[in-house]
Design a protein around this ligand. Structure first.
Ligand code: SF4
Length: 295
């Protein structure tokens, strides 16, 4: 629960506010960009919602916030309705789960609804309203984990839904030793005809990405859109394993067609395949320049 007495002074007057516990994960700023912005290395409300759509988005951000840093002065009587809005459809049968976890620094997780069995991509918080919605939607067959940082409540999702967890062996630590499907090597792994897992070492040694129907790329912390640069980027300052290896992985990834980049951190992006091909080349060129400059 956000604390009114810790309301940041950078918030504009009104019902919604961010308190001092914000960890600057960026989630509220991309979920409700007309309400939240960055102010002094944390978020703040710069515009109070004044339409029904803005209010729903602000309340969705409140529920997604990993540290419960967003509050309202008045008790939100519509909060249960907004709880029901998760998972939020992105495109076709692909959804954003919301309920980000602090242990993964607010990484986004996704749901793919499939008649052959649903796939949860990275772990959200094991929040009862979300769990009930996932039950209604048919449960979870696979819990695919892009890499070691975004595993959050994987054990609880496995215990509750019997989901088979998938993680590359190079990213397995004590907490994930019990995952059911341990990937190895650097060849593409076909989980099903529509689901291909691509090893892309760099951010971490065992980082992988999931390609769904050659349209949706779940990129973890390997690749994301930068609003500031208006291009696809990788995160050099949080590259834990090898930047040169990450560039090589990016080159391999550029051989695959896709239309959506759905990351753990950073912004998502949608474009046609031709644009994505150009974007990937631009990203690789930018990474190589970053490599030269030591940025
Ligand atoms: S979602 Fe929460 S923790 Fe993340 S930036 Fe917004 S207020 Fe801060």
């Amino acid at each position: 629960m956000a604390k009114l007495q810790q309301r940041r002074t950078q918030n504009t007057e009104g019902d919604f506010y961010v308190d001092a516990s914000c960890i600057d994960c960026d989630t509220c700023r991309w979920m409700a960009p007309t309400v939240f912005h960055e102010a002094g290395d944390q978020s703040a409300v710069y515009h109070q919602p004044n339409t029904a759509e803005e209010r729903v988005k602000a309340l969705q951000a409140l529920l997604a916030c990993p540290t419960a840093s967003i509050g309202t002065v008045e008790k939100p009587i519509d909060i249960q309705t907004v709880q029901q809005s998760f998972p939020v459809c992105i495109d076709e049968n692909v959804y954003h789960c919301g309920y980000h976890a602090e242990s993964s620094y607010g990484a986004a997780s996704y749901l793919i609804l499939r008649s052959e069995g649903n796939v949860l991509v990275d772990s959200p918080r094991f929040a009862p309203p979300l769990v009930r919605r996932l039950e209604d939607l048919g449960g979870i067959k696979y819990l695919y984990l892009t890499h070691r940082d975004d595993v959050a409540d994987h054990q609880k999702f496995h215990d509750h839904f019997g989901a088979e967890r998938i993680l590359h062996e190079d990213d397995i630590v004590a907490d994930t030793r019990s995952v059911e499907i341990k990937l190895s090597g650097y060849e593409a792994f076909s989980l099903a005809p529509d689901l291909v897992i691509l090893p892309i070492p760099g951010h971490s040694k065992g980082h992988t990405a999931l390609m769904y129907r050659e349209k949706f790329l779940f990129s973890g912390d390997h690749l994301a859109w930068s609003e500031r640069l208006s291009q696809l980027i990788a995160f050099r300052n949080v590259c834990w394993y090898s930047w040169s290896e990450q560039i090589r992985s990016m080159r391999r990834l550029s051989n695959y067609p896709f239309e959506w980049v759905l990351p753990g951190h950073g912004r998502r992006h949608h474009g046609n395949r031709q644009e994505m091909t150009q974007q990937m080349q631009q990203c690789i060129d930018w990474m190589e320049r970053s490599s030269d400059s030591g940025w």
